[in-house]
Design a protein around this ligand. Structure first.
Ligand SMILES: [Zn+2]
Ligand SMILES: [Zn+2]
Length: 359
């Protein structure tokens, strides 16, 4: 048993409370990670706001980064004191997982949103709280992860910078590079230039898309979109998105990333899409697939990224100065978690990262 401190969600829409909990030690296939920093992602916030109070309390957090403290007997790829970034969980056994498509895992939902291990057990059972969110529950001083959702990283870079790579950055950049495989010279529009959208814009610049059009209602985010690679931005408070895109491209765009989740923005995405173009959505809802005129709509999960391959790639692009995702991070102490969530909801902070312990 480990004595840990974790931010517990007990009531819908209410502040999380940092509480002492008892956590089981790592099983044979698990790794105990001391969390140094964790990002806060939109999904954490959505779950807080939609929480069913009849459920047992839970620990959220799925962009953890930290230092390995203990490894189970069957763990081969990491040892104590290694630095790791945590990402989404998968079963490792189904056909999709065996074909290196963990984002399509048959048990993706259970492994990431089940708040328990895949065998139904829960390491926080003794405290009456459920963990294992995305195989990590990183709003905590310690997490249990497995080799499937951890990525060993160099000790040269601060873990507090790397934390958001595990979900938001991977999703945004992965959609451009893996899911859509946007070719150089294609026209792309990004609806919603928060953390995922800005990662997509940086990736679109890397692959040579042109134009790259950022659409948002927040001037601060549009400004940043421009600095990070958008060739044009459109402030949607003034409407006129379709006319703006037509003026820039002369027709429409080949790709839209629709990150806002608003139904009217999906309709707009279809409207501005060129024939044979593709719109990517992120709500988790299933997309219609084919649309009129050879257009397509796909629902994207984790940017079709295999974390152990894609996160190191993003780190090398970062080190080369081509993927400066750290410019959107604002740091908070662990005890400031509720302020960080409030800032993210207001749009004042694009990517909050909590400092949980010293590296
Ligand atoms: Zn699987
Ligand atoms: Zn996320």
């Amino acid at each position: 048993m480990q004595n840990i401190q974790a931010a517990v969600l007990r009531r819908k829409g209410r502040p999380l409370k940092i509480e002492p909990l008892e956590m089981e030690g790592p099983r044979d296939d698990e790794v105990l990670v001391r969390i140094v920093a964790t990002g806060i992602c939109r999904t954490d916030i959505d779950i807080i706001d939609d929480w069913d109070e009849a459920s047992q309390p839970v620990v959220l957090g799925h962009e953890g980064a930290g230092v390995v403290e203990q490894v189970g007997r069957k763990v081969k790829s990491v040892k104590c004191r290694d630095h790791v970034v945590l990402s989404y969980q998968s079963c490792g056994r189904c056909r999709k997982c065996r074909k290196e498509r963990p984002m399509d895992c048959n048990r993706f939902w259970d492994a990431n949103f089940g708040f328990q291990r895949l065998d139904g057990s829960n390491a926080l059972q003794k405290s009456g709280v459920r963990g294992h969110f995305f195989g990590q529950s990183s709003f905590s001083t310690h997490s249990l992860a497995t080799e499937r959702n951890l990525v060993k990283v160099s000790k040269v870079l601060p873990l507090e910078v790397l934390a958001p790579l595990g979900c938001g950055m991977q999703t945004g950049a992965g959609t451009v590079m893996n899911s859509l495989r946007v070719p150089a010279g294609s026209a792309i529009a990004v609806f919603g230039t928060g953390s995922v959208g800005l990662a997509a814009i940086m990736a679109a610049r890397i692959v040579g898309a042109n134009p790259i059009i950022g659409v948002d209602i927040n001037p601060m985010r549009l400004q940043l979109a421009q600095e990070l690679g958008a060739t044009h931005t459109i402030d949607n408070r003034q409407g006129e998105v379709a006319a703006g895109i037509a003026a820039i491209t002369g027709s429409g765009v080949d790709y839209v990333m629709e990150i806002t989740g608003e139904p009217e923005m999906f309709e707009l995405a279809v409207e501005v899409l060129n024939p044979n173009g593709t719109v990517a959505i992120f709500s988790g809802a299933s997309a219609p697939g084919s649309l009129p005129g050879g257009r397509k709509a796909y629902s994207i999960i984790e940017g079709d990224a295999v974390p152990q391959r894609f996160i190191p790639k993003l780190i090398s692009l970062y080190r080369a100065g081509r993927f400066p995702f750290d410019r959107r991070i604002k740091y908070y102490g662990f005890s400031e978690i509720n302020a960080a969530i409030a800032d993210a909801k207001r749009g004042d902070t694009i990517k909050p990262v909590l400092r949980v312990s010293e590296q």
